[in-house]
Design a protein around this ligand. Structure first.
Ligand code: UTP
Length: 297
């Protein structure tokens, strides 16, 4: 069985980002950079690589800087050109979204009522069919993770497809954990997931990360979903509510994931990206301890 193409990506970017205060008082978490590239840019690149046609950003009025960053700034490019910085101007043109060319919408979640609620706020703006959801603070380097999930969704009868990765039992409390029913290579069929279980009751060690391909029926489920943990409308609860009828599978993606929702993950991401660039070799060399690089792990 095959499904129709997944054409829309939803980027929920309306959260408070409290783990990065005080920085997030003025700078949205999604604009925090790994060296010089904001998290949201990585997310946009991943969606573009997956052939996404429409991008819906669910933002908040206090986070207008996200739209300013994402959309092309012709004046800035002109200034750069006038100063002879042609290459930089070209790069900005390529990485930005363009109002007259790209199908892009900014909509608002007026209160951070949860990830599920943020996804529901995108409902009126998505193209027909399943949607991709990308949480920019989960940075995934390598092949487009959402592209891998979309390929799986389209070529199988899995129903909802979520990004998954193995975790140690001490870490199950930090993630949604899949109740796996069948393992077929990198595909894990499941009949639900449990939000942040203690190791003793975790149904597996397969954690769900911030990439989802969701059948459009998710919007009906979200519309009637009661608040759950933290008194928020949880995306996990809505997926669980009809996972058995729609189907659910986790895909072990091939890329390398960094949890940039917290400081340690952000630091690891920056060290990883720097370690791949000869420009930083010398400076990173100064951080080698006991013959082992802190980024070797
Ligand atoms: P997080 O769960 O990391 O929450 O959101 P947060 O509020 O941004 O950060 P902390 O926990 O306070 O530090 C994951 C993604 O979902 C978005 C966030 O903007 C982030 O991109 N989100 C979260 C929303 O858009 N709305 C919400 O109500 C919650």
């Amino acid at each position: 069985m095959t499904h129709s193409p997944v054409r829309t990506a939803i980027f929920p970017v309306a959260g408070l980002g409290t783990r990065f205060l005080p920085a997030t008082k003025a700078t949205p978490k999604e604009l925090l950079p790994v060296l010089d590239t904001p998290l949201i840019q990585y997310a946009i690149n991943e969606a573009r690589d997956a052939g996404i046609q429409k991008m819906v950003f669910v933002s908040h009025s206090s986070k207008a800087a996200i739209e300013r960053y994402v959309m092309d700034d012709g004046d800035l490019r002109q200034t750069l050109m006038a100063r002879g910085k042609t290459e930089l101007a070209k790069q900005l043109k390529e990485t930005s979204l363009h109002a007259l060319v790209d199908d892009v919408v900014f909509t608002f979640q007026h209160e951070p009522l949860g990830l599920g609620h943020a996804v529901l706020c995108a409902r009126d703006h998505v193209l027909p069919g399943a949607v991709a959801v990308i949480l920019p603070d989960d940075l995934i380097l390598g092949r487009s993770c959402i592209g891998e999930l979309i390929d799986t969704y389209q070529s199988s009868d899995c129903g909802y497809v979520v990004g998954t990765m193995p975790v140690e039992s001490k870490d199950t409390e930090k993630y949604g954990i899949l109740s796996v029913t069948e393992r077929i290579g990198s595909l894990l069929r499941a009949n639900g997931m449990i939000e942040k279980p203690k190791a003793a009751v975790a149904p597996s060690l397969d954690a769900v990360i911030g990439r989802y391909v969701l059948d459009e029926i998710i919007f009906d489920a979200l519309a009637i979903q009661s608040p759950g943990a933290g008194n928020e409308i949880q995306l996990t609860d809505a997926i669980n509510s009809n996972a058995k009828s729609v189907g659910l599978a986790g895909l072990r993606f091939s890329g390398k994931r960094f949890d940039c929702g917290n400081k340690a993950g952000m630091l690891q991401a920056a060290l990883h990206v720097a370690s791949e660039d000869p420009e930083y070799e010398e400076i990173l060399g100064k951080f080698v301890f006991q013959g082992r690089s802190p980024i070797a792990a």
